[in-house]
Design a protein around this ligand. Structure first.
Ligand SMILES: NC(=O)c1ccc[n+]([C@@H]2O[C@H](COP(=O)([O-])OP(=O)(O)OC[C@H]3O[C@@H](n4cnc5c(N)ncnc54)[C@H](O)[C@@H]3O)[C@@H](O)[C@H]2O)c1
Length: 466
Protein backbone atom coordinates (compact mmCIF):
# COMPACT_ATOMS: atom_id res chain seq x y z
CA UNK A 1 0.00 0.00 0.00
CA UNK A 2 1.40 3.42 -0.91
CA UNK A 3 2.38 6.08 1.62
CA UNK A 4 2.16 9.20 -0.60
CA UNK A 5 3.25 11.62 2.12
CA UNK A 6 6.19 9.35 3.00
CA UNK A 7 7.25 9.31 -0.67
CA UNK A 8 6.82 13.10 -1.01
CA UNK A 9 9.16 13.92 1.90
CA UNK A 10 11.91 11.83 0.32
CA UNK A 11 12.20 14.53 -2.40
CA UNK A 12 14.32 17.62 -1.66
CA UNK A 13 11.33 19.97 -1.99
CA UNK A 14 9.20 17.68 0.18
CA UNK A 15 11.91 17.61 2.83
CA UNK A 16 12.07 21.42 2.86
CA UNK A 17 8.29 21.86 3.09
CA UNK A 18 7.96 19.30 5.88
CA UNK A 19 10.85 20.84 7.83
CA UNK A 20 9.44 24.36 7.58
CA UNK A 21 5.97 23.27 8.66
CA UNK A 22 7.30 21.07 11.47
CA UNK A 23 5.72 17.98 9.87
CA UNK A 24 6.99 14.41 10.44
CA UNK A 25 10.06 13.48 8.38
CA UNK A 26 10.05 9.72 7.83
CA UNK A 27 13.28 8.29 6.40
CA UNK A 28 13.64 5.16 4.30
CA UNK A 29 14.48 2.50 6.87
CA UNK A 30 17.31 0.00 6.36
CA UNK A 31 15.92 -3.46 5.76
CA UNK A 32 17.50 -6.90 5.37
CA UNK A 33 19.14 -7.54 2.02
CA UNK A 34 20.96 -10.76 1.28
CA UNK A 35 24.67 -10.28 0.84
CA UNK A 36 24.73 -7.16 3.05
CA UNK A 37 26.81 -7.16 6.24
CA UNK A 38 24.84 -7.83 9.43
CA UNK A 39 26.03 -4.56 11.00
CA UNK A 40 26.19 -1.86 8.34
CA UNK A 41 28.67 0.47 9.99
CA UNK A 42 30.83 0.89 13.04
CA UNK A 43 29.88 0.04 16.60
CA UNK A 44 30.84 2.11 19.64
CA UNK A 45 30.83 -0.09 22.75
CA UNK A 46 31.18 0.87 26.37
CA UNK A 47 30.73 -0.52 29.84
CA UNK A 48 29.83 0.85 33.26
CA UNK A 49 32.66 0.33 35.77
CA UNK A 50 32.46 -2.76 37.93
CA UNK A 51 33.66 -6.29 38.50
CA UNK A 52 31.11 -8.22 36.46
CA UNK A 53 32.57 -8.73 33.01
CA UNK A 54 30.29 -11.53 31.84
CA UNK A 55 28.04 -9.36 29.65
CA UNK A 56 30.99 -7.55 28.04
CA UNK A 57 32.70 -10.84 27.30
CA UNK A 58 29.64 -12.15 25.48
CA UNK A 59 29.18 -8.88 23.62
CA UNK A 60 32.83 -8.94 22.52
CA UNK A 61 32.55 -12.54 21.32
CA UNK A 62 29.43 -11.76 19.29
CA UNK A 63 30.91 -8.58 17.75
CA UNK A 64 33.96 -10.62 16.80
CA UNK A 65 31.76 -13.35 15.23
CA UNK A 66 29.92 -10.80 13.06
CA UNK A 67 33.18 -9.04 12.08
CA UNK A 68 31.96 -5.68 13.31
CA UNK A 69 34.17 -2.62 13.14
CA UNK A 70 34.45 -1.67 16.80
CA UNK A 71 35.29 1.64 18.47
CA UNK A 72 35.85 2.25 22.16
CA UNK A 73 36.37 5.30 24.41
CA UNK A 74 39.97 5.52 25.60
CA UNK A 75 39.21 5.30 29.35
CA UNK A 76 36.80 2.36 29.05
CA UNK A 77 37.98 -0.94 30.51
CA UNK A 78 35.77 -2.93 28.11
CA UNK A 79 38.94 -2.81 25.99
CA UNK A 80 40.22 -5.92 27.83
CA UNK A 81 37.16 -7.97 26.91
CA UNK A 82 37.46 -6.83 23.29
CA UNK A 83 41.14 -7.73 23.17
CA UNK A 84 40.36 -11.19 24.62
CA UNK A 85 37.92 -11.69 21.72
CA UNK A 86 40.72 -10.69 19.30
CA UNK A 87 39.02 -7.42 18.41
CA UNK A 88 41.36 -4.59 17.59
CA UNK A 89 39.09 -1.77 18.67
CA UNK A 90 39.73 1.71 17.30
CA UNK A 91 39.74 4.71 19.62
CA UNK A 92 36.76 7.05 19.59
CA UNK A 93 38.64 10.29 19.25
CA UNK A 94 35.54 12.46 19.61
CA UNK A 95 35.87 13.64 16.00
CA UNK A 96 33.33 13.49 13.23
CA UNK A 97 33.10 9.67 12.99
CA UNK A 98 29.54 8.41 12.87
CA UNK A 99 28.35 5.17 14.40
CA UNK A 100 25.71 2.73 13.24
CA UNK A 101 25.41 1.15 16.67
CA UNK A 102 25.91 2.49 20.19
CA UNK A 103 26.04 -0.41 22.63
CA UNK A 104 26.42 0.05 26.38
CA UNK A 105 26.82 -2.70 28.98
CA UNK A 106 25.04 -1.27 32.02
CA UNK A 107 25.04 -4.52 34.00
CA UNK A 108 27.37 -3.06 36.64
CA UNK A 109 25.16 -0.08 37.40
CA UNK A 110 24.31 -0.42 41.09
CA UNK A 111 22.73 2.86 42.18
CA UNK A 112 21.41 6.21 40.97
CA UNK A 113 24.89 7.80 40.99
CA UNK A 114 26.12 5.10 38.63
CA UNK A 115 23.49 6.17 36.08
CA UNK A 116 25.77 9.14 35.31
CA UNK A 117 27.90 6.71 33.31
CA UNK A 118 24.98 6.13 30.93
CA UNK A 119 24.72 9.88 30.42
CA UNK A 120 28.48 10.21 29.86
CA UNK A 121 28.63 7.42 27.28
CA UNK A 122 25.69 8.60 25.17
CA UNK A 123 25.81 12.37 25.62
CA UNK A 124 28.94 12.95 23.55
CA UNK A 125 27.83 10.74 20.66
CA UNK A 126 24.10 11.52 20.58
CA UNK A 127 24.51 13.48 17.33
CA UNK A 128 26.83 10.95 15.77
CA UNK A 129 24.42 8.09 15.07
CA UNK A 130 23.79 7.19 11.44
CA UNK A 131 20.34 6.98 9.86
CA UNK A 132 18.65 3.67 10.83
CA UNK A 133 21.19 3.45 13.65
CA UNK A 134 20.82 1.30 16.73
CA UNK A 135 21.06 2.16 20.42
CA UNK A 136 21.30 -0.85 22.72
CA UNK A 137 21.63 -0.91 26.50
CA UNK A 138 22.14 -4.20 28.34
CA UNK A 139 21.19 -4.48 31.99
CA UNK A 140 20.02 -6.96 34.61
CA UNK A 141 16.31 -7.76 35.24
CA UNK A 142 15.32 -5.46 38.15
CA UNK A 143 12.73 -7.94 39.43
CA UNK A 144 15.53 -10.38 40.23
CA UNK A 145 17.55 -7.87 42.26
CA UNK A 146 16.94 -7.61 46.03
CA UNK A 147 19.16 -4.56 46.66
CA UNK A 148 16.86 -1.55 46.30
CA UNK A 149 19.53 0.85 44.99
CA UNK A 150 20.58 -1.59 42.29
CA UNK A 151 17.01 -2.51 41.36
CA UNK A 152 15.91 1.10 40.91
CA UNK A 153 18.99 1.92 38.84
CA UNK A 154 18.38 -1.01 36.50
CA UNK A 155 14.71 -0.11 36.21
CA UNK A 156 15.69 3.50 35.44
CA UNK A 157 17.36 2.35 32.23
CA UNK A 158 13.92 1.78 30.73
CA UNK A 159 13.07 5.49 30.88
CA UNK A 160 16.40 6.37 29.34
CA UNK A 161 16.11 3.98 26.41
CA UNK A 162 12.49 4.84 25.62
CA UNK A 163 13.34 8.56 25.60
CA UNK A 164 16.31 8.03 23.29
CA UNK A 165 13.97 6.14 20.95
CA UNK A 166 11.72 9.19 20.79
CA UNK A 167 14.55 11.74 20.52
CA UNK A 168 17.03 10.44 17.98
CA UNK A 169 14.62 10.25 14.97
CA UNK A 170 15.96 9.37 11.44
CA UNK A 171 14.99 5.73 11.87
CA UNK A 172 17.23 5.20 14.91
CA UNK A 173 15.87 2.50 17.22
CA UNK A 174 16.61 2.03 20.93
CA UNK A 175 16.24 -1.15 22.99
CA UNK A 176 16.93 -2.39 26.49
CA UNK A 177 17.98 -6.00 26.97
CA UNK A 178 17.75 -7.37 30.50
CA UNK A 179 19.91 -10.46 30.64
CA UNK A 180 19.68 -12.76 33.63
CA UNK A 181 22.94 -13.54 35.45
CA UNK A 182 24.33 -16.72 33.92
CA UNK A 183 22.34 -16.32 30.68
CA UNK A 184 24.87 -14.14 28.82
CA UNK A 185 25.63 -16.97 26.39
CA UNK A 186 22.03 -16.62 25.17
CA UNK A 187 22.55 -13.06 23.92
CA UNK A 188 23.62 -14.04 20.38
CA UNK A 189 20.31 -14.18 18.54
CA UNK A 190 18.99 -11.06 20.29
CA UNK A 191 22.08 -8.94 19.65
CA UNK A 192 22.26 -10.07 16.06
CA UNK A 193 18.63 -9.06 15.60
CA UNK A 194 18.85 -5.68 17.28
CA UNK A 195 22.14 -4.60 15.69
CA UNK A 196 20.94 -5.51 12.20
CA UNK A 197 18.52 -4.12 9.63
CA UNK A 198 16.05 -6.88 10.55
CA UNK A 199 14.78 -4.88 13.53
CA UNK A 200 14.05 -1.67 11.60
CA UNK A 201 10.51 -1.10 12.93
CA UNK A 202 11.12 -2.35 16.49
CA UNK A 203 11.95 0.41 18.95
CA UNK A 204 11.57 1.31 22.62
CA UNK A 205 11.38 -2.35 23.57
CA UNK A 206 12.47 -4.09 26.74
CA UNK A 207 13.42 -7.71 26.14
CA UNK A 208 14.30 -10.26 28.80
CA UNK A 209 16.89 -12.95 28.04
CA UNK A 210 16.87 -15.87 30.46
CA UNK A 211 18.68 -19.14 30.99
CA UNK A 212 16.68 -21.42 28.64
CA UNK A 213 18.56 -23.76 26.32
CA UNK A 214 19.64 -22.18 23.07
CA UNK A 215 20.57 -24.47 20.22
CA UNK A 216 23.64 -23.68 18.12
CA UNK A 217 22.77 -22.69 14.57
CA UNK A 218 24.44 -22.00 11.26
CA UNK A 219 23.89 -18.23 11.15
CA UNK A 220 23.63 -18.21 7.37
CA UNK A 221 20.55 -20.53 7.58
CA UNK A 222 19.46 -20.44 11.23
CA UNK A 223 16.19 -22.27 10.52
CA UNK A 224 17.75 -24.90 8.24
CA UNK A 225 16.08 -28.32 8.53
CA UNK A 226 13.18 -26.99 10.62
CA UNK A 227 9.48 -27.48 9.90
CA UNK A 228 7.37 -24.48 10.80
CA UNK A 229 3.66 -23.83 10.38
CA UNK A 230 2.20 -20.39 9.79
CA UNK A 231 -1.55 -19.78 10.11
CA UNK A 232 -3.14 -17.20 7.81
CA UNK A 233 -0.22 -17.54 5.38
CA UNK A 234 -1.99 -16.70 2.10
CA UNK A 235 -1.52 -12.93 2.33
CA UNK A 236 -0.46 -9.91 4.41
CA UNK A 237 1.70 -10.49 7.44
CA UNK A 238 1.29 -14.28 7.32
CA UNK A 239 2.62 -14.43 3.76
CA UNK A 240 5.64 -12.31 4.78
CA UNK A 241 6.30 -14.60 7.77
CA UNK A 242 6.21 -17.69 5.53
CA UNK A 243 8.64 -16.07 3.08
CA UNK A 244 11.13 -14.96 5.75
CA UNK A 245 11.08 -18.32 7.58
CA UNK A 246 11.72 -20.07 4.24
CA UNK A 247 14.51 -17.60 3.40
CA UNK A 248 16.14 -18.57 6.71
CA UNK A 249 16.01 -22.26 5.74
CA UNK A 250 12.72 -23.62 7.14
CA UNK A 251 10.20 -25.83 5.38
CA UNK A 252 6.98 -23.89 5.90
CA UNK A 253 3.54 -25.45 6.11
CA UNK A 254 1.28 -22.62 4.97
CA UNK A 255 -2.19 -22.80 6.52
CA UNK A 256 -5.27 -20.79 5.60
CA UNK A 257 -9.01 -21.22 5.12
CA UNK A 258 -10.14 -23.28 2.08
CA UNK A 259 -11.43 -20.11 0.32
CA UNK A 260 -7.82 -18.84 0.17
CA UNK A 261 -6.43 -21.99 -1.45
CA UNK A 262 -5.35 -20.27 -4.71
CA UNK A 263 -3.28 -17.57 -3.02
CA UNK A 264 -2.00 -20.03 -0.44
CA UNK A 265 -0.77 -22.42 -3.12
CA UNK A 266 1.02 -19.58 -4.89
CA UNK A 267 2.90 -18.53 -1.74
CA UNK A 268 3.77 -22.15 -0.84
CA UNK A 269 5.05 -22.94 -4.36
CA UNK A 270 7.28 -19.87 -4.40
CA UNK A 271 8.98 -20.88 -1.15
CA UNK A 272 8.98 -24.67 -1.75
CA UNK A 273 6.63 -25.11 1.20
CA UNK A 274 3.43 -27.12 1.56
CA UNK A 275 -0.16 -26.14 2.18
CA UNK A 276 -2.88 -27.03 4.62
CA UNK A 277 -6.37 -25.64 4.06
CA UNK A 278 -8.29 -25.65 7.29
CA UNK A 279 -10.32 -23.22 9.36
CA UNK A 280 -8.49 -22.96 12.70
CA UNK A 281 -11.79 -22.77 14.55
CA UNK A 282 -12.98 -26.14 13.23
CA UNK A 283 -13.20 -29.06 15.66
CA UNK A 284 -10.54 -31.12 13.90
CA UNK A 285 -8.03 -28.29 13.21
CA UNK A 286 -5.56 -29.66 15.79
CA UNK A 287 -5.76 -33.16 14.35
CA UNK A 288 -5.29 -31.88 10.79
CA UNK A 289 -2.23 -29.87 11.80
CA UNK A 290 -0.87 -32.88 13.67
CA UNK A 291 -1.32 -35.06 10.57
CA UNK A 292 0.49 -32.58 8.32
CA UNK A 293 3.27 -32.16 10.89
CA UNK A 294 3.77 -35.88 11.51
CA UNK A 295 4.48 -36.40 7.80
CA UNK A 296 7.56 -34.24 8.36
CA UNK A 297 8.50 -35.70 11.76
CA UNK A 298 6.78 -33.07 13.91
CA UNK A 299 6.76 -29.30 14.24
CA UNK A 300 9.68 -27.12 15.28
CA UNK A 301 7.50 -24.04 15.40
CA UNK A 302 3.95 -22.79 15.07
CA UNK A 303 3.22 -19.16 14.29
CA UNK A 304 -0.31 -18.18 15.28
CA UNK A 305 -0.83 -15.32 12.83
CA UNK A 306 -4.38 -15.81 11.48
CA UNK A 307 -6.67 -13.12 12.80
CA UNK A 308 -9.65 -10.96 11.92
CA UNK A 309 -11.20 -7.64 12.89
CA UNK A 310 -14.94 -6.94 13.02
CA UNK A 311 -14.99 -3.35 14.32
CA UNK A 312 -18.06 -1.70 15.85
CA UNK A 313 -18.58 0.34 18.98
CA UNK A 314 -19.79 -1.89 21.79
CA UNK A 315 -23.39 -0.64 21.71
CA UNK A 316 -23.63 -1.48 18.01
CA UNK A 317 -21.71 -4.75 18.09
CA UNK A 318 -23.82 -7.82 17.48
CA UNK A 319 -23.04 -11.08 19.23
CA UNK A 320 -21.79 -12.69 16.03
CA UNK A 321 -18.98 -10.14 15.65
CA UNK A 322 -17.91 -10.63 19.25
CA UNK A 323 -17.93 -14.44 19.09
CA UNK A 324 -16.16 -14.66 15.76
CA UNK A 325 -13.23 -12.42 16.72
CA UNK A 326 -12.71 -14.04 20.14
CA UNK A 327 -12.95 -17.50 18.62
CA UNK A 328 -10.49 -17.00 15.76
CA UNK A 329 -7.98 -14.70 17.45
CA UNK A 330 -7.88 -16.26 20.91
CA UNK A 331 -9.99 -19.35 21.58
CA UNK A 332 -8.62 -21.36 18.67
CA UNK A 333 -5.00 -20.43 19.53
CA UNK A 334 -5.39 -21.72 23.08
CA UNK A 335 -7.15 -24.86 21.84
CA UNK A 336 -4.51 -25.59 19.19
CA UNK A 337 -1.62 -25.12 21.64
CA UNK A 338 -3.24 -27.49 24.11
CA UNK A 339 -3.78 -30.10 21.39
CA UNK A 340 -0.24 -29.81 19.99
CA UNK A 341 1.38 -29.99 23.44
CA UNK A 342 -0.83 -32.84 24.69
CA UNK A 343 -0.21 -34.90 21.57
CA UNK A 344 3.55 -34.32 21.30
CA UNK A 345 3.26 -32.68 17.90
CA UNK A 346 5.78 -30.02 18.93
CA UNK A 347 9.37 -31.21 19.02
CA UNK A 348 12.08 -30.46 21.58
CA UNK A 349 13.10 -26.80 21.58
CA UNK A 350 9.94 -25.94 19.65
CA UNK A 351 9.06 -22.26 19.39
CA UNK A 352 5.49 -20.98 19.63
CA UNK A 353 5.00 -17.40 18.47
CA UNK A 354 1.65 -15.61 18.72
CA UNK A 355 0.61 -12.45 16.92
CA UNK A 356 -1.04 -10.00 19.30
CA UNK A 357 -1.54 -6.29 18.55
CA UNK A 358 -0.96 -2.92 20.20
CA UNK A 359 -4.77 -2.74 20.33
CA UNK A 360 -4.49 -5.47 22.94
CA UNK A 361 -2.10 -3.27 24.93
CA UNK A 362 -3.65 0.18 24.44
CA UNK A 363 -7.27 -0.66 23.66
CA UNK A 364 -8.93 0.95 20.67
CA UNK A 365 -12.21 2.69 19.87
CA UNK A 366 -14.55 0.28 18.10
CA UNK A 367 -12.38 -2.73 18.89
CA UNK A 368 -13.61 -4.12 22.23
CA UNK A 369 -13.80 -7.58 20.66
CA UNK A 370 -10.42 -7.39 18.90
CA UNK A 371 -8.54 -5.76 21.80
CA UNK A 372 -9.99 -8.31 24.22
CA UNK A 373 -8.80 -11.14 22.00
CA UNK A 374 -5.32 -9.66 21.51
CA UNK A 375 -4.85 -8.86 25.22
CA UNK A 376 -5.92 -12.45 25.87
CA UNK A 377 -3.13 -13.62 23.54
CA UNK A 378 -0.60 -11.85 25.78
CA UNK A 379 -2.17 -13.55 28.81
CA UNK A 380 -1.93 -16.88 27.03
CA UNK A 381 1.76 -16.30 26.32
CA UNK A 382 2.52 -15.24 29.91
CA UNK A 383 0.80 -18.28 31.42
CA UNK A 384 2.13 -20.79 28.89
CA UNK A 385 5.69 -19.43 29.27
CA UNK A 386 5.59 -20.30 32.99
CA UNK A 387 4.40 -23.79 32.17
CA UNK A 388 7.08 -24.33 29.54
CA UNK A 389 9.81 -23.16 31.94
CA UNK A 390 9.20 -26.28 33.99
CA UNK A 391 9.05 -28.53 30.96
CA UNK A 392 12.28 -30.35 30.19
CA UNK A 393 11.78 -30.02 26.43
CA UNK A 394 13.26 -26.54 26.08
CA UNK A 395 10.21 -25.06 24.34
CA UNK A 396 9.43 -21.37 24.41
CA UNK A 397 6.49 -19.10 23.66
CA UNK A 398 6.60 -15.39 22.83
CA UNK A 399 4.38 -12.83 21.16
CA UNK A 400 4.76 -9.95 18.76
CA UNK A 401 2.40 -6.99 18.98
CA UNK A 402 2.34 -5.16 15.64
CA UNK A 403 1.33 -1.53 15.48
CA UNK A 404 0.35 0.11 12.19
CA UNK A 405 1.47 -2.28 9.45
CA UNK A 406 0.72 -1.53 5.78
CA UNK A 407 -1.69 -4.37 4.84
CA UNK A 408 -5.24 -4.94 3.56
CA UNK A 409 -6.34 -4.77 7.21
CA UNK A 410 -5.05 -1.20 7.66
CA UNK A 411 -6.07 -0.15 4.13
CA UNK A 412 -9.67 -0.53 5.31
CA UNK A 413 -9.22 2.14 8.03
CA UNK A 414 -10.77 5.60 7.26
CA UNK A 415 -8.16 8.11 5.90
CA UNK A 416 -7.78 10.45 8.91
CA UNK A 417 -7.45 7.64 11.45
CA UNK A 418 -5.14 5.77 9.09
CA UNK A 419 -2.84 8.78 8.66
CA UNK A 420 -2.73 9.34 12.46
CA UNK A 421 -1.87 5.68 13.08
CA UNK A 422 0.84 5.84 10.47
CA UNK A 423 2.59 8.93 11.89
CA UNK A 424 2.10 8.60 15.67
CA UNK A 425 5.28 6.69 16.26
CA UNK A 426 9.02 7.35 16.46
CA UNK A 427 9.53 6.33 12.80
CA UNK A 428 6.70 8.61 11.51
CA UNK A 429 5.60 5.84 9.15
CA UNK A 430 3.80 2.51 9.06
CA UNK A 431 5.74 -0.73 9.25
CA UNK A 432 5.83 -3.40 6.55
CA UNK A 433 4.70 -7.01 6.93
CA UNK A 434 8.34 -8.04 6.58
CA UNK A 435 9.17 -6.14 9.80
CA UNK A 436 6.80 -8.36 11.76
CA UNK A 437 8.13 -11.41 9.92
CA UNK A 438 11.79 -10.66 10.77
CA UNK A 439 10.87 -10.27 14.44
CA UNK A 440 9.06 -13.60 14.39
CA UNK A 441 12.03 -15.31 12.69
CA UNK A 442 14.23 -14.10 15.56
CA UNK A 443 11.81 -15.38 18.25
CA UNK A 444 11.32 -18.67 16.38
CA UNK A 445 15.04 -19.35 16.02
CA UNK A 446 16.50 -22.40 17.78
CA UNK A 447 19.13 -19.93 19.04
CA UNK A 448 16.47 -17.97 20.94
CA UNK A 449 16.04 -20.44 23.81
CA UNK A 450 16.65 -17.61 26.29
CA UNK A 451 13.52 -15.79 25.15
CA UNK A 452 10.35 -17.00 26.82
CA UNK A 453 7.28 -14.98 27.74
CA UNK A 454 8.28 -11.79 25.93
CA UNK A 455 5.79 -9.64 24.05
CA UNK A 456 7.74 -7.55 21.56
CA UNK A 457 5.98 -4.64 19.91
CA UNK A 458 6.67 -4.09 16.23
CA UNK A 459 5.21 -0.62 16.13
CA UNK A 460 8.04 1.90 15.53
CA UNK A 461 7.52 2.89 19.19
CA UNK A 462 3.90 3.89 18.69
CA UNK A 463 2.54 6.38 21.18
CA UNK A 464 -0.47 4.12 21.70
CA UNK A 465 -0.23 2.13 24.91
CA UNK A 466 3.37 3.21 25.46
N1 LIG B 1 -2.16 -5.20 9.73
C1 LIG B 1 -1.89 -4.65 10.89
O1 LIG B 1 -1.60 -3.45 10.98
C2 LIG B 1 -1.92 -5.49 12.14
C3 LIG B 1 -1.67 -4.85 13.35
C4 LIG B 1 -1.66 -5.60 14.53
C5 LIG B 1 -1.89 -6.94 14.47
N2 LIG B 1 -2.18 -7.55 13.29
C6 LIG B 1 -2.41 -9.01 13.33
O2 LIG B 1 -1.58 -9.64 12.38
C7 LIG B 1 -2.21 -10.82 11.91
C8 LIG B 1 -2.23 -10.80 10.38
O3 LIG B 1 -2.89 -9.63 9.96
P1 LIG B 1 -2.98 -9.14 8.43
O4 LIG B 1 -3.02 -7.68 8.47
O5 LIG B 1 -1.95 -9.84 7.62
O6 LIG B 1 -4.46 -9.67 8.10
P2 LIG B 1 -5.07 -10.28 6.75
O7 LIG B 1 -6.55 -10.15 6.90
O8 LIG B 1 -4.43 -9.70 5.55
O9 LIG B 1 -4.64 -11.82 6.86
C9 LIG B 1 -5.20 -12.69 7.82
C10 LIG B 1 -5.17 -14.10 7.28
O10 LIG B 1 -5.72 -14.97 8.27
C11 LIG B 1 -6.60 -15.88 7.60
N3 LIG B 1 -7.64 -16.36 8.49
C12 LIG B 1 -8.66 -15.64 9.02
N4 LIG B 1 -9.46 -16.46 9.75
C13 LIG B 1 -8.96 -17.69 9.66
C14 LIG B 1 -9.35 -18.95 10.18
N5 LIG B 1 -10.45 -19.08 10.92
N6 LIG B 1 -8.60 -20.03 9.90
C15 LIG B 1 -7.48 -19.92 9.14
N7 LIG B 1 -7.06 -18.75 8.62
C16 LIG B 1 -7.79 -17.65 8.87
C17 LIG B 1 -7.19 -15.05 6.47
O11 LIG B 1 -7.75 -15.86 5.46
C18 LIG B 1 -6.00 -14.26 6.00
O12 LIG B 1 -5.25 -14.94 5.03
C19 LIG B 1 -3.59 -10.85 12.53
O13 LIG B 1 -3.57 -11.68 13.67
C20 LIG B 1 -3.82 -9.41 12.93
O14 LIG B 1 -4.72 -9.30 13.99
C21 LIG B 1 -2.19 -6.84 12.13
Amino acid sequence: MSDRYGDFVQSSIGKKVAKNLGLPLPVTLDRFESGERLVRGSVLVGRANGDDKSVSESVARILSDVHAEVFVNSHDDIKDALADASIEAKANTGGEDKFKVLLFDASNIRNSDDLKQVYEFFHTVARRVETSGRVIVIGRPPEQITDIDAALAQRALEGFVKSVGKEFKRGVTAQLIYVEEGAEKNLDSTLRFFTSARSSYVSGQVVRVGKGDSVEVDWTQPLGGKTMLVTGASRGIGEAIARVLAREGAHVICLDVPQQQGDLQKVASEISGSILTVDITSEDAGAQIADAAQKRGGLDSIIHNAGVTRDKTLAKMDEKKWDMVIDINLGSVAKLNRYLLDNDVLKENARIVCVSSISGIAGNMGQTNYATSKAGVIGLVDATAKQLENNAKGMTINAVAPGFIETQMTEAIPFAIREAGRRMNSMSQGGLPVDVAETIAWLASPASGGLNGNTVRVCGQSLLGA
